[in-house]
Every structure is written in C-alpha cells, then in structure tokens.
Design a binder for this molecule. Structure first.
Ligand SMILES: [Fe+2]
Ligand SMILES: [Fe+2]
Length: 177
C-alpha cells in the first residue's frame, strides 16, 4: 500500500539535515524570525496586561471592590499563563523571548492605564481585552495553515481574551454602568 505522505524518502532525507533546528523543519511555511517578532509583540502585550491587572487588583476600593479585585487577580494570573505559553513557543521556534522592560510598552498592543475609579479600571481593562482580541485574530489569520501549532495556541488564548472581555462587561452591568 502506498504511503499517504508521498515522498517519504525525501522527508526522511530532509529530517536528517539541519537537525539543530529541532521543531522547525524545512517545510515550515513561514519566516520564523517574523513569527517570533509577532509573538514577542504578543508577549509584551500579555506582560503589560499582567501589570495593569495587578495594579488594578491592589488599587480596587469601594463597596464593590472585593469581587472585582478577585476578578482582576484571576485575569492577571491568566495573562501570565499566556505570556509563559508564548515565551516557550518562541524558544521552540529558535527565537528568544524579549522580556526587557525597556520598550515593553512600545512592543505591546495594549496600553497601561491606571484609572482612578473602579469603573475606570474595568473600562480600561475591557478596552485592552478588545485590542488583544483584534490583534490575536489578525495573527491567527497570518499564520493560517502554515504553523498550526502556534495558531492553535493563539486561538486558545483568543478564546480566553473573549471570556475576559465578557466578564468585564458583566461587571460593568452589575455595577449599573
Ligand atoms: Fe492574555
Ligand atoms: Fe485577557
């Protein structure tokens, strides 16, 4: 019976070349430096979101603060989880995660706005989530079928950013805003 993969000998031969590239084989359809650059922007975005949510967690005050602060902390932890996933994938692709504080905010798509009131904080977080949602969607479109592993990771992160946005809209609703 013929193999599903047509030229298995060619694949076997290619697999022995440049083995130091690890997971990145010769049929990787994209410029991996460009993919790492995009992922480093996503990494900066996640880190800025961690910092903003942490700030909001510590500064949340008022009678509704407790539940909202717990939500901020949960989001901060989830954004940190995204940052870790993205950092690990950058390394798998042969790149290096850029965690330098210098230029972090420039590389990030989302902004760092402190906000004066609980409502301001929630609204700023919602705006940041909406920015993340649009930028992840664009990255996913760019990756298309050329890097399904990175694409699937970003799809899962996108789904969680959508949940975050939804949580924040619910909080605004509960607070009557
Ligand atoms: Fe995130
Ligand atoms: Fe988020």
């Amino acid at each position: 019976m013929p193999h599903f993969v047509k030229d298995i000998e060619e694949i076997q031969k290619r697999a022995r070349q440049k083995i130091e590239d690890g997971a990145v084989t010769q049929t990787y359809g994209l410029d991996k430096d460009k993919v790492c650059e995009i992922l480093n922007e996503a990494l900066a975005t996640e880190i800025v979101c961690v910092l903003r949510y942490k700030r909001h967690y510590f500064m949340a005050s008022g009678i509704h603060a407790e539940g909202v602060a717990a939500e901020f902390l949960q989001h901060a932890n989830e954004e940190q989880g995204h940052a870790d996933q993205i950092g690990a994938r950058i390394v798998q692709l042969g790149g290096a995660p850029n965690l330098s504080p210098e230029g972090m905010l420039t590389r990030s798509h989302a902004e760092y706005v402190e906000g004066d009131t609980l409502i301001d904080m929630i609204k700023e977080d919602l705006v940041a989530e909406r920015i993340a949602i649009d930028s992840y969607r664009e990255m996913i479109n760019y990756l298309a079928n050329d890097d399904p592993t990175t694409r699937r990771m970003l799809e899962e992160i996108l789904a969680m950013e959508e949940e975050h946005a939804d949580d924040l809209v619910s909080l605004l609703g509960e607070l009557g805003k």
